[in-house]
Design a protein around this ligand. Structure first.
Ligand SMILES: Nc1ncnc2c1ncn2[C@@H]1O[C@H](COP(=O)(O)OP(=O)(O)OP(=O)(O)O)[C@@H](O)[C@H]1O
Length: 846
């Protein structure tokens, strides 16, 4: 059989038949370049129906017998929608396993023969096919308690050849898919290099302690080991098992490729599981790393068995007769992934072309989308071994449309013929049982040598141990250093990141702090201002209260004073009214005699006047005769100096100039003299009634007792002595140029000498007289009662005058007398000071 005939073989196959069709065995495929054998066998296809997840669900697949299943479409299927018919189909398989079939039964029936073939040096291919969740992986791998085909194959294999295995690395790969035998020494060196040294550097973790995803069948713990073994094993062969775990993937252009093929020699099923585990792990990683389309991967686990016969002595392995057999266990990807219908359609198309090739013998290129898969297994179709397929079926009615495509493909696959492989025979011409003989011999020699070698071995073991330990420690140290360095680098990086963050935060914090400080300062200032304002407010309120209370007090005090003032005013009014009345009565009684005297004189004057008038009427006057204006004259009355008024005085009869003495009793000083002096100096008579000072009339000194009178002769400095004929004659007097208070106390009369120039340029001396009286307030008042004018004139110019008074001299006298009055006024200020000023204005004209 030629290599690569899978593409070139023409298959004869019956057409796909519907219901009740019995799958027909195709003719033996015509072989090209196949010189070894004419016998072919069809691909053996088995059907395994998995149990339903929901036992009450509708099914679309029913096993009719141990080899036939019936496919029943549901009304929801696409086929029914397309054809409107519920057409049933039956398919025949090598064997149909129903949902109650155990894993062990499947293995024994389908896989065990393949393991036997493997040991006999024949290849075998077993793959599971079906839609997603149809039980492919369950069948192939299973779980620790109920293992699938693969672990059972390994168990049985090692159960069978366990004691017949060659020392590790005795069989060495020739890098061309083959193996050769190397010397024991080289094998030992390789063991040291590959197993001992790496084992020291990376101590193996027991499988059971690893945390694995997916199926856990690889661990010894809890794994139910299959105890079966192959009986007919050639014990004169040396065996070695290098398993291969491959992942067959599709790339982005839908081309298949083998990913991460690993091939290492193993000595036990556990080591094989580890290889499988690594493969599955890679498959899982690849699945998550790539897109969904490319994740349609096939898991391939090749168990390769290398065997070679021992030489005649049963010692050395024959390098020329190395045989490699392989059992490929393939867990195909779900048949309907991606576009379900399209996949199945492609497969069918591929199968059609295969069959056509077989028919016509034409080497037509098969557009096989899984060409790589086919290519990988082409040897099986070349006759190196059996090909078996287990079609896994999920009987759920919803899976009808997919399942029918699987069934069609299965049917076609069964029509493909595979060349039957030949039995490998190693021991041509050599005596069987060579290994046992050799082992017996070895045992003897060993016993002899053993004694000699014990010490050596012990030493060697010790050194080995020590070396291992040293290497172990060194490796451990290096590993720890690396780890520590990595940790240190991480910490340093983290530290620098944190430092940067910390600096940023610190900066932020400082900015916030300064902002908070500013705010606090502002707050303090505002609080201080608020305190000041509230203090000011309190102060203002307190002042307001004080002012209010003071205002109230003032008001009440004012009220009280007003009341008091009114009372006092009333009392004073009453008092002064009484005094006035009394004074009036006194004055009236005092001046009563004088008035009578004056009245008498008046009457006398009247009679004189009458006489004159009568004379004038009798004597005619020439021209503009005018009555001569009265002249000022001086005359003397007994005991008293009287003075005549000037022309101006006479002309202003009725508006006579007034002399207004004034005394301020409250201060106790006499201002009258000064006022009088000022009055005279001003020369202008005061017409306005002045406020009359108060005096106590009871203290008035009697005028009549002239002998007791003490005159205060007030002559202001600067007066010129006029040698007038008539000079005042004062018995007791005290002359002063400047008026003092004490002087007024001693005097009872007052005389002020005042000089001024008259209209004619003559000096005129006025003697102003008054009575000094103590006032009620303890002061002194002067009541002026007389003014005399002394004037010096030459005798030639002087007209003679009658010694008798002239009527003009007395003109207006009556009026003056009538006008004699007293005025009493109260000074407000004096009232406030609890004193009363009384000014008596006496207007007298004699
Ligand atoms: N014969 C069976 N008996 C009991 N449980 C089964 C059987 N076959 C399949 N199962 C269960 O059905 C589920 C799906 O099975 P499995 O993963 O083997 O499907 P699959 O065909 O490999 O799917 P995929 O193609 O997605 O990998 C699993 O939980 C499995 O345990």
């Amino acid at each position: 059989m030629c290599a690569g005939c899978f593409y070139e073989c023409a298959f004869e196959s019956t057409k796909h038949q519907p219901v009740n069709m019995k799958a027909q065995r195709g003719k033996t495929p015509r072989k090209k370049n196949n010189q070894n054998s004419n016998q072919t066998d069809p691909v053996e296809v088995y059907c395994r129906i998995r149990p339903l997840d929901n036992p009450d669900a509708d099914v679309c697949v029913k096993p009719l017998s141990t080899s036939v299943v019936q496919l029943v479409p549901s009304e929801n299927s696409a086929a029914f929608a397309r054809t409107g018919q519920l057409k049933e189909y039956q398919y025949t398989f090598s064997y149909v396993f129903d949902e109650y079939t155990s894993q062990k039964a499947i293995f024994d029936y389908v896989a065990m023969p393949l393991v036997e073939d493997l040991i006999k040096g024949k290849n075998g291919l077993l793959f599971t096919y079906g839609i997603t969740s149809s039980g492919k992986t369950y069948t192939m791998t299973g779980n620790p308690q109920d293992q699938g085909i693969l672990p059972r194959c390994l168990d049985v294999l090692f159960n069978s050849i366990g004691g017949l295995q060659a020392k590790k690395y005795l069989f060495k790969t020739d890098k061309m898919n083959g193996f050769e035998v190397q010397s024991e020494a080289d094998a030992m060196l390789e063991r040291q290099k590959k197993d001992i040294m790496p084992g020291l550097t990376t101590p193996k973790t027991p499988m059971a302690t690893r945390n694995r995803q997916g199926y856990e069948f690889m661990t010894d713990q809890g794994r139910v080991i299959d105890p079966s073994k192959v009986d007919d094993v050639d014990e004169d062969n040396n065996y070695a098992v290098p398993p291969q775990s491959k992942i067959l993937r599709t790339d982005s252009t839908d081309s298949m490729y083998v990913m991460n093929a690993v091939e290492v020699e193993i000595k036990s099923a556990d080591e094989a599981f580890e290889v499988l585990y690594k493969g599955q792990k890679r498959r899982k990683v690849a699945h998550t790393a790539l897109n969904a389309e490319s994740s349609r991967s096939h898991s391939i686990f090749n168990i390769r068995l290398v065997q070679a016969p021992l030489d005649e002595n049963g010692q050395e392995t024959d390098n020329d007769r190395v045989c490699v057999s392989q059992l490929s266990l393939v867990d195909l990807a779900g048949s309907e992934r991606g576009n379900r219908t399209k996949n199945a359609g492609d497969r069918l198309k591929e199968a059609e072309i295969l069959r056509e090739n077989q028919k016509t013998g034409v080497n037509k290129m098969v557009p096989y989308r899984d060409a790589k898969l086919t290519h990988l297994f082409k040897n099986y179709f070349d006759g190196d071994g059996k090909v078996r397929m287990i079609v896994c079926v999920n009987p759920k009615s919803e899976e009808y449309d997919e399942t029918i495509h699987v069934m069609k493909f299965s049917e076609l696959t069964q029509e493909v013929q595979v060349t039957r492989s030949q039995q490998v025979r190693f021991n041509v011409g050599m005596t069987p049982g060579r290994r046992k003989l050799n082992q017996q011999q070895i045992t003897k020699d060993d016993m002899e040598i053993a004694k000699d070698n014990v010490t050596l071995l012990q030493l060697e073991n010790f050194l080995d141990e020590r070396y291992k330990r040293r290497e172990l420690l060194l490796t451990d140290l290096a590993k720890r250093q690396d780890e520590f360095r990595a940790v240190l680098v991480d910490m340093e990086r983290e530290h620098s990141t944190l430092k940067t963050k910390n600096d940023d935060l610190q900066c932020l914090l400082e900015r916030r702090d300064s902002y908070i400080q500013k705010l606090e300062t502002r707050l303090r200032n505002l609080e201080r201002k608020q305190d000041d304002a509230s203090k000011q407010l309190r102060e203002t309120e307190r002042e307001k209260r004080d002012l209010d209370s003071r205002l109230r007090i003032e008001k009440s005090e004012n009220d009280r004073l007003k009341k008091d003032y009114r009372t006092r005013l009333e009392m004073n009014n009453q008092h002064w009214e009484r005094n006035l009345a009394r004074e009036k009565r006194k004055i009236e009684s005092e001046y009563g005699g004088q008035i009578l005297e004056k009245q008498r004189k008046l009457n006398m004057l009247k009679s004189i006047v009458n006489e004159n008038e009568q004379q004038q009427q009798t004597t005619p006057r020439p021209g503009n005769f005018r009555t001569p204006a009265p002249k000022p004259r001086t005359y003397t009355t007994p005991g008293k100096i009287m003075s005549a008024r000037s022309e101006s005085d006479v002309s202003s009869v009725g508006v006579a100039p007034q002399v207004t003495p004034r005394t301020r009793t409250a201060t106790g000083t006499i201002s009258s003299a000064r006022s009088m002096h000022g009055l005279n100096r001003a020369g202008a008579p005061q017409t306005t009634p002045r406020t009359t000072p108060v005096y106590n009339p009871r203290h008035r000194r009697s005028k009549s007792s002239s002998n007791a009178e003490v005159w205060l002769d007030h002559r202001p400095s600067g007066n010129v002595e006029l040698d007038t004929v008539l000079q005042p004659k004062l018995k007791k007097k005290k002359s002063v140029s400047k008026l003092e208070m004490k002087d007024t106390k001693e005097a009872s009369k007052y005389l002020l000498t005042h000089q001024e120039q008259d209209s004619g340029g003559e000096i005129e001396t006025k003697l102003i007289k008054g009575s000094v009286m103590p006032t009620a307030g303890g002061g002194t008042a002067v009541v002026f009662d007389d003014v005399e004018t002394l004037k010096q004139t030459s005798p030639g110019t002087r007209k003679r005058r009658s010694s008798c008074p002239q009527p003009t001299d007395f003109e207006g006298e009556a009026n003056n007398l009538e006008n004699e009055s007293r005025e009493f006024k109260l000074d407000k200020k004096s009232v406030k000071n609890h004193s009363v000023i009384v000014e008596i204005d006496t207007r007298m004209r004699i």
